[in-house]
Ligand binder design. Structure first.
Ligand code: ISE
Length: 344
């Protein structure tokens, strides 16, 4: 494709608006052609600030629009199934912010619909795979230099979350990234999940089970633990340590510049949110997606990164996680084998 990719951005809340700004200022070979949001005024205000962008009020009309080449979905999760199926129906490549859909059954239906089409059109926005530090860690593991990984320790801390965030959302919205990181780094599926809830943070909203400690077991019996703590009141922190047979490696120290100054103090800055911590990852993710879509007609491949299957696997692990949250016991992940869906 020689022309710029014309993207429809559906949903312009925090993430969608961030992607609109990114596409308009940093991404080569693409522009925002259409903006859609449930709140029309918000869409109109944003479109007015982007040369050549217009508002289409109905999300399915935006997907079907003949002057739209690809779709970026940053709409609420419950709308994804219908919108993804529409993207498949109209043959539009789509970058879908997580979750793929909000439950396992509909995620599987989307995987099957894409497989039947025989074309990979869906990419899921698990952006950590594009973060330079995670990419380095993955390359180190794949090089074999530290031997076979046996254990992974993850820490995932948010300073605060919106008021509607409940205990299950800690699993589906936050822990889900550790699920994807585990599958990405270890290249195998997660088979059981246990979630332990220690004494809750007294500064968290009443009833919120925060922090949570998740334990995953993988197909070959490897162990992953993840501390997810979303009301620390401090900063955004994401760390991963891999312990292998021939050494260990850690990313996410997030130290940046360390300043020493009189009278005898030292320190640096703290990262406020995922928008800053993973800014580079989002930029790389969207640029690589745009490049893949632009060359898709020749290569037959419209994704460069996690696809619908990865979204389904994450949904299945999170469903087991939510069950474990209620019982505290390990819960087996219920997933169909990938080989049962030709083309998935
Ligand atoms: C948020 O929705 C994200 O996706 C962030 O990456 C994650 O770190 C945060 O915990 C979630 O709430």
């Amino acid at each position: 494709m020689t022309n710029e990719l014309r993207i429809a951005v559906l949903g312009v809340g925090m993430m969608g608006a961030d992607h609109v700004a990114r596409i308009s200022s940093k991404i080569a070979g693409a522009r925002v052609a259409v903006v859609n949001d449930y709140f029309t005024e918000k869409a109109e205000e944003l479109a007015a600030s982007i040369p050549g962008a217009r508002v289409v009020n109905d999300p399915i009309d935006a997907i079907a629009d003949p002057e739209v080449d690809a779709v970026l979905l940053a709409t609420p999760g419950p709308t994804h199934e219908k919108q993804l199926l529409a993207c498949l129906e109209y043959g539009k490549p789509v970058m879908c912010e997580k979750p793929l859909t909000t439950d396992v059954e509909t995620s599987l239906a989307v995987v099957k619909a894409e497989a039947e089409l025989g074309k990979k059109l869906i990419q899921v926005g698990f952006m950590r795979r594009f973060d330079n530090e995670y990419a380095d860690l993955k390359a180190l593991i794949d090089s074999g230099d530290i031997g076979r990984p046996l254990v992974v320790h993850c820490a995932h801390r948010n300073p605060a979350v919106p008021p509607h965030f409940d205990s299950a959302m800690i699993v589906k919205d936050s822990l889900v990234h550790e699920v994807d990181v585990t599958r990405f780094l270890l290249d195998e599926e997660i088979t059981t999940v246990q979630i332990i809830t220690p004494s809750a943070n007294t500064n968290a909203p009443a009833g919120l089970k925060d922090p949570q400690i998740a334990i995953f077991t993988t197909e070959t019996g490897r162990h992953v633990d993840a501390e997810v703590f979303v009301t620390t009141g401090v900063a955004y922190e994401v760390r991963t340590e891999v312990v292998a047979e021939g050494g260990s490696a850690m990313i996410g120290l997030d130290v940046g510049l360390v300043r020493k100054s009189a009278p005898g103090t030292w320190g640096g800055t703290i990262t406020p949110s995922f928008k800053e911590r993973f800014g580079q990852a989002y930029d790389t993710e969207i640029q690589r997606w745009v490049d893949a879509v632009r060359s898709g007609a020749e290569t037959g491949n419209y994704v460069d990164g996690p696809g619908a299957w990865d979204g389904y696997a994450a949904a299945a692990v999170c469903e087991a996680g939510v069950k474990s949250l209620e019982s505290g016991a390990p819960v087996a992940v219920d997933m169909v084998p990938r080989s049962s869906i030709p083309g998935a």
